[in-house]
Design a protein around this ligand. Structure first.
Ligand code: KG4
Ligand code: ZN
Length: 394
């Protein structure tokens, strides 16, 4: 089965083409454009800019991905006139129309598109695009939850395939790891911080979540206070690592909010506010001091996540534990969680996403869409709704 996957929930425009057989997925095409540098001057994602950028890039990226997949057949194609009825923006409509008129319907069986959670104007762009292609090419469209994509992204192992192919970077093959339920997931991104238990396929229970900021957001805000660029997570991590390598003296101290509280909930806004006051008191700071604050922030965030994961594993007795979302790229946090599992929960299987899948991408959306489809989820090619606050545990 061939899947075209579309991700536009935030500031990454991503298109992937996957060939799925049972539990193996070959990435035949993968085109991703990150708008992060465009949002940098706002210090966060600016929804209308995100929407415009998605509109501008979706058709060209789809063309790139189809070409990589050797599925781009140029010709003169006629399609039902009403396929573009829902596309109200003139420039967006004409870019889709130009693309469709020159491209034969590819050998795709299913279109998977993120329908939430995320920024609604951005989500709508992907949905409208998916439904236009679905109507023009007569292919069913399935809506995918972005967080479910992050969960499955952790369960993919790369298959060793022909090294020549890997060198040309054209094909990566992923296999879904065999795992046992219940599966606990720690989802840590720019918009979410939650512990979710999957009892069985697609049956979820909320174990804990942030009461204020997401951990990625706290990384980004701390970075901003330290004068580091957006998105700040990787920059804070780099500074923190420098402090550890150099053995920089520890002077900064930050709180670990809710660490001893009996719930599995988190709170990160207090750490960020503490960073603000700390820096105010420090006045002009040296690079070394900046590294020290970054290290202390990362330690504080990690301590809280380790403590809450411990509590969640004790209460749920999950057999599998996965970490997903942009912050799962963080090496120091991974090390803390890995040590927790090794020392205290040796019978729990632990999975992290492949480095190419930690951030937002369309591969995970295609895989989640395929798994839903295999388990009988309905697809349509009209009528999907963007749902900014959608939750797996609604
Ligand atoms: O999942 P994601 O790409 O987008 C959302 O769905 O939000 O997550 C983005 C977040 C940003 O806050 C970014 O700063 C953070 O992930 N991030 C990191 C690292 N890499 C990305 N945070 C800490 N350490 C990292 N290495
Ligand atoms: Zn994400």
């Amino acid at each position: 089965m061939n899947i075209l996957a579309i991700e536009t929930s935030c500031d990454e425009t991503a298109i992937a083409i996957l060939e799925a057989t049972d539990t193996t997925f070959t990435v035949r095409g993968n085109a991703l454009y990150s708008q992060a540098s465009k949002h940098a001057e706002y210090g966060g994602v600016y929804p209308n800019l995100a929407k415009r950028e998605h509109q501008h890039n979706l058709a060209p990226l789809t063309e790139v991905a189809l070409k990589q997949a050797e599925m781009l057949n140029k010709g003169t194609f006629t399609f039902p006139k009403n396929a573009l009825d829902d596309i109200r923006d003139d420039a967006f409509r004409s870019s889709i129309q130009t693309f469709l008129e020159a491209t034969d319907a590819p050998d795709i069986d299913l279109i998977a598109v993120t329908n939430g959670p995320g920024l609604e104007p951005a989500l709508w762009t992907g949905i409208n695009f998916a439904e236009a292609l679905g109507a023009a090419w007569n292919i069913p469209v399935i809506g995918v939850d972005h967080m479910e994509g992050h969960i499955f992204s952790a369960l993919l192992e790369t298959e060793k395939i022909n090294p020549e192919l890997q060198e040309t970077n054209s094909k990566t093959k992923f296999k879904l790891s065999p795992f046992n339920f219940p599966l606990l997931s720690l989802l840590i991104s720019g918009g979410h911080t939650e512990l979710i238990l999957m009892h069985d396929w697609f049956s979820y229970e909320l174990i804990g979540k942030t009461r204020d900021d997401a951990v990625g957001e706290a990384f980004d805000k701390t970075a901003r206070l330290l004068g580091l660029p957006y998105p700040g997570g990787p920059h804070v991590a780099e500074r923190a690592a420098e402090a550890r390598t150099k053995g920089t003296e520890k002077t900064a101290t930050l709180p670990r909010p809710m660490i001893n509280d009996s719930s599995c909930d988190f709170s990160f806004s207090g750490i960020k506010t503490a960073v603000l006051y700390l820096l105010r008191n420090m006045g002009e700071i040296t690079d070394e001091q900046k590294n020290d604050v970054a290290r202390e922030f990362e330690d504080a965030a990690r301590d809280v996540m380790v403590a809450k994961t411990r509590r969640a594993l004790e209460t749920t007795r999950a057999q599998t534990f996965v970490v997903g979302g942009g912050v799962s790229a963080n090496t120091h946090i991974r090390e803390g969680l890995t040590a927790l599992i090794a020392d205290e929960f040796p019978d729990t299987a632990l999975y992290y996403p492949h480095h190419s899948l930690t951030g937002d991408n369309a591969v995970m959306i295609g895989i989640a869409g395929y798994l839903r489809h295999q388990k009988g989820a309905v697809s349509t090619n009209q009528g999907l709704q963007a749902s900014g606050n959608q939750s797996l545990v609604a």
